[in-house]
Design a protein around this ligand. Sequence first.
Ligand code: NI
Length: 413
Amino acid sequence: MRILLKNALLLCDVRSEPKVSDLLVEDGKIAGIGNFTEATAEEIHDMSEKLVMPGFVNAHTHAAMTLMRGFAEDMKLQDWLFKRIFPIEERLTPEDVYYGTMMAQLEMARRGIVAYVDMYFHCDAVAQAALDFGMKALITRGLTDYNGDNGRLKQNIEYFDRWHGRKGLISVGFGPHAPYSCSIRYIDEIARIALELKAPITMHLFESPAEDYSLHEILKTKLSECKVIFAHCVHVSEKDIELLSRENFFVVHNPTSNLKLGSGIAPVQKMIEKGVQVCLGTDGAASNNTLDVWHEMRLATLLQKVSDPRNISIQQALIMAIEQGAKAVGLTSGMIEVGADADLIVVDLKKPWYVPRDRIKNHIVHSGNSLDVFATMIKGRWVYYDGEYPTIDAKYVFKKCEEAIGRLTGTTN
Ligand code: NI
């Protein structure tokens, strides 16, 4: 199947400038950039007045938490988690997680996200939802041992065996929840297994000011050798920043969630200056409440500019949202180049806020928003196109989520 995108304003990667070009997609991959006649393809789309660019990556979320969107507001992190979220999560069935994840994917595709990193449970349901929808996902099982491991790590290994590498859409990593919920010994055990399987790890780190542990001690384990995606890193010392500036580590900045839960503002500018690879995440919809990396990108840059307007340039903002996210998730290139998977978004430029047209990257960061996304393609398949979701019955997903939410929150039986 060959798909031709004609006359697009094409931004091949976030470091270059856009140019008008056609784009040919064949069997899920970028097959050509240049001029092509309409006879070249079976499916042709006129992309005049549209920008085609690499899609965003959501490097930290708990997708199925869309079921708890708006459920716990104006609360401190620990109360939010222990009084409101955990009691509901205990009652989630695999089917709930499937539809909650599907709802998250509908939103992410609508907002121009092509891949995400997930930490949750009932991961067979998460993986099935990613496969059915056609979205790229690095899936991890949340792991804790403060009340005993209860077979979680064994489950995570089974998920790896069952799903890792499926259809080029899914990879499976390990999800030690946080240093306050995992013992050092447990972190080391997880890291050893991850190293053996060449699987990445994702973990919350220094999210709230109350978190009191030593990264230096944690990195005496095998974790230091793993590819690790650390979420938050709000309360990090100079020494921690130094420890995080390694090629195998990524930090995910989640500005909305950090603000909303009163966690603080991560020192992103300092981390970037010290060579830390920073990408962006939304966290779950229960603490954000949108899954919108485009929005996080703008917020991330504004938060750092409060002290110095030279902080977080247009280029750096786009690198965090796309290029570093792609490197962290490992399933997408973050670029439009021949031979790469066709993971891209189409942005409708027929809006007052995209004029003048010669500074498109500036407009993307500072004046556009994710609702300008006209279409999202993942591995050559349209998963969102002009109001429609071609791979899934969205209305049915809405209905199943409403039913699950009613049952879980006690508004229906
Ligand atoms: Ni989180």
